[in-house]
Ligand binder design. Structure first.
Ligand SMILES: C[S@@+](CC[C@H](N)C(=O)[O-])C[C@H]1O[C@@H](n2cnc3c(N)ncnc32)[C@H](O)[C@@H]1O
Length: 311
């Protein structure tokens, strides 16, 4: 064997080993919303997530029996949720709040395509900074650092409230729902998408499932997953909602995102390599969690819930 081959194998082993060590010892266990803020600050500052996933830190919508690109699927997701939730019935100029807005991918589509006046809030100051950098002048979006569990707006200030994949980071889901519904005007539209577990009381998890759920919570700063039924009951019983909640499980549309997010690194290797060897280790470190997510969503241990209701 040539020296080159031996040293390449050696390098690969070192990379895999350090990623595995990072994965095991450097979990991002939820302690408070501060843990979530620092996890997203670091994901934003190292640029890796943005290079690979683009402006949207959420899964894509893959129409059944149709091939669609990873990034196009994320944009498609926003349009699908807008039309499914009825948000597109709001006139241009309506005020929409994006709760847990990331770096503003959805907010900009809601502003540019649907003509809404969007306020995005996130717990991460690095995300707000990046969202502002990415937003061209004239786009009706503004971004603020704010805790979703303590929204500093007047009650009824918004015609629409939008939140995608933020709820799994909230340690108090009742307060999360209450805060959003309070800020919605009577008759306004709520559009929500989130990661849920299946109903674990009805179908208790096996030992293996418990271990996997623990990893899914600890790796990406999640305090608790809730089932779709449990969360919709919270929405139904909230005094600010009309009481009519419609929800669906979109696993079949979103599941391809997991494998696709790994292939994205292979399709665009430069996106990672140009950030240096540290970025390679960091990206390999996320692979076990992505594979576990893929497994859990495919097995139905996790469910991608979408919810809509009126204020
Ligand atoms: C998976 S990302 C989704 C980002 C964005 N919705 C998107 O689709 O691109 C989760 C987002 O929720 C935000 N988040 C988590 N906990 C939060 C909290 N307590 N208050 C405000 N934002 C929070 C994170 O900062 C991050 O922006």
């Amino acid at each position: 064997m040539s020296i080159l081959l031996i040293s390449s194998i050696f390098l690969v082993i070192i990379f895999l080993f350090s990623s595995l060590v990072l994965w095991r010892i450097n979990t991002r266990k939820f302690i408070s919303s501060g843990t979530v803020a620092s996890a997203y600050d670091s994901w934003t500052q190292d640029k890796l997530l943005e290079r690979l996933w683009g402006e949207h830190i959420h899964l894509g919508f893959y129409p059944l029996n149709k091939n669609i690109d990873f990034r196009a699927a994320k944009i498609q997701f926003v349009h699908e949720l807008v039309s499914w939730s009825g948000l597109d019935k709001l006139p241009r100029g309506s005020r929409v709040l994006d709760v847990g807005c990331g770096i503003g991918g959805s907010s900009r589509i809601l502003a540019n395509y649907y003509g809404f006046n969007v306020t995005g809030i996130t717990i991460s100051s690095a995300q707000v900074k990046r969202a502002i950098e990415l937003t061209p002048q004239g786009c009706k979006c503004n971004f603020k650092v704010m805790d979703a569990l303590d929204l500093k707006f007047e009650d009824g200030a918004f015609d629409g409230v939008w939140s995608v994949e933020a709820g799994a980071h909230m340690n108090n889901k009742t307060k999360f729902a209450d805060q959003m519904l309070r800020k919605l005007r009577p008759g306004g539209y709520l559009a929500l998408a989130d990661w849920n577990s299946r109903d674990l009381i009805k179908t208790p998890p096996s030992m293996l499932e418990k271990i996997i759920l623990k990893q899914l919570l600890e790796q990406w700063a999640h305090p608790k997953f809730m089932s779709i039924n449990e969360f919709s009951n919270i929405l139904i019983t909230n005094k600010h909602s009309s009481g009519q909640i419609i929800f669906e499980n979109w696993n079949s549309y979103t599941n391809p995102s997991w494998f696709d997010s790994i292939f994205e690194g292979i399709r665009r290797p430069n996106a990672i390599l140009s950030l240096g060897p540290g970025a390679l280790v960091k990206s390999i470190r996320e692979i076990p969690t992505i594979l576990l997510m893929d497994w859990a969503f495919k097995k139905g241990l996790m469910e991608f819930g979408v919810y809509k209701c009126r204020g």
